[in-house]
Design a protein around this ligand. Structure first.
Ligand SMILES: NC(=O)c1ccc[n+]([C@@H]2O[C@H](COP(=O)([O-])OP(=O)(O)OC[C@H]3O[C@@H](n4cnc5c(N)ncnc54)[C@H](O)[C@@H]3O)[C@@H](O)[C@H]2O)c1
Length: 342
């Protein structure tokens, strides 16, 4: 496709999240939504007045194999991602898949292979890589503004929504893993995780996963669907400074704390090597962060990759790295929190 051409995208899955993608792709000057597909007719009908003129179908094969579509966006439950994405790639469509890419590492490998064979764009909805606050922190870390990163702690809790096909880590922790990998420019080397299945005996509704990255960075994720408050927060502790990113604070999402602990040689003892710990508490800086809606940046990036043959920032390899880390956490949970190497 050439720059200037309008990309036609068919969206499969019109539940809670799908309409957000439909809105973005239908308002972009570079794309239009050709067809919306959902196997639930009530969901489809509720969208007919909101997106007039867009074809509606309950048949995913029809939406995927539609000859007038250049791309397919998949926003269905995770358990359906692999089959739908595979069919779309086999139909020679560019494919956007919501996070996480698939339920198994092998499925991600196959999708990546297929995208390469068919020379199609495969992009995963790791939307936080398009979040201006997360991008700002990435710049700080690259400039070593916090010193050496020592630990990262992510909390993502709320009362529901409860999923039935994946556990809370696959649902919510996917975001944090994609952020950790992006910030640290690498993948974790091991994980120790534990989970609690209170709401059902099928899926863990609360998970705590402790990932170790090289250079001994400890990155912890605490996710839960069984929590009184909606929290979306990540704390980064560096050797020089610390910061908190709070996604619930739209106007001031990042706070940088000039705080740390330093070792100082104790002048009043003559013991060689004696030192004392000094707590340093400096100013709090709140940077001005402006930027477009992350989802709109993400959709725009997908279009840009199709039009200009670019590799997405959140390509299939990025999706694979996250699924590999999620699968390793599942293995640890299933084995009484045994450490699993990645
Ligand atoms: N990026 C984000 O911040 C974000 C937020 C929420 C959800 N998501 C992701 O979006 C996806 C959907 O989540 P949701 O909250 O909208 O779920 P949902 O259950 O509300 O909606 C899924 C929809 O898909 C439909 N569906 C199921 N199987 C289908 C099939 N084979 N063909 C066509 N339609 C089918 C269902 O009828 C339902 O309407 C998930 O992958 C989820 O992880 C991402």
């Amino acid at each position: 496709m050439k720059d200037g051409e309008i990309i036609t995208i068919n969206v499969v899955g019109a539940g809670q999240w799908g309409p957000n993608l439909i809105r973005n792709f239908s308002t972009s000057p570079r794309s239009q939504v050709g067809m919306i597909c959902d196997i639930d007719d009530k969901k489809l009908q509720s969208l007919s007045s909101r997106f007039p003129g867009v074809q509606l179908t309950g048949d995913p094969d029809r939406a995927i194999n539609d000859p007038s579509a250049d791309a397919v966006a998949i926003t269905t439950p995770v358990s359906t991602h692999y089959e739908l994405a595979r069919s779309a790639l086999l139909a020679d469509k560019h494919v956007f898949v919501e996070k996480p890419l698939a339920q198994k590492v092998e499925q991600c490998l196959k999708l990546n292979e297929l995208a390469q064979q068919r020379d199609r764009i495969l992009m995963v909805g790791h939307v936080f890589k398009f979040n201006p606050g997360i991008q700002y922190v990435k710049t700080l870390l690259e400039e070593e503004d916090l010193g050496k990163v020592i630990s990262i702690h992510a909390i993502r809790t709320n009362l529901g929504p409860v999923r039935t096909d994946v556990n809370a880590l696959w649902d919510l922790g996917t975001h944090d893993l994609s952020i950790f990998n992006y910030w640290l420019s690498e993948q974790p080397s091991s994980v120790t995780a534990s989970g609690l299945s209170y709401l059902s005996d099928q899926r863990e509704d609360t998970v705590i996963a402790n990932y170790i990255y090289s250079d001994q960075v400890m990155a912890t994720i605490h996710v839960s669907w069984l929590h009184p408050r909606k929290v979306r927060e990540i704390t980064v502790v560096g050797s020089e400074k610390m910061l908190v990113w709070n996604d619930m604070d739209l106007s001031e999402p990042v706070r940088i704390y000039d705080k740390g602990v330093e070792q100082e040689t104790d002048l009043y003892t003559d013991t060689f090597g004696a030192f004392r710990l000094i707590l340093r508490e400096g100013a709090v800086t709140i940077p001005r962060i402006r930027g477009a809606e992350p989802l709109s940046n993400e959709c725009d990036h997908f279009l840009d990759c199709i039009l200009n043959q670019k590799t997405p920032l959140t390509d299939g390899e990025d999706g694979l790295a996250v699924v590999r880390a999620l699968a390793a956490a599942d293995e640890s949970i299933a084995n009484q929190s045994r450490m699993v190497m990645l």
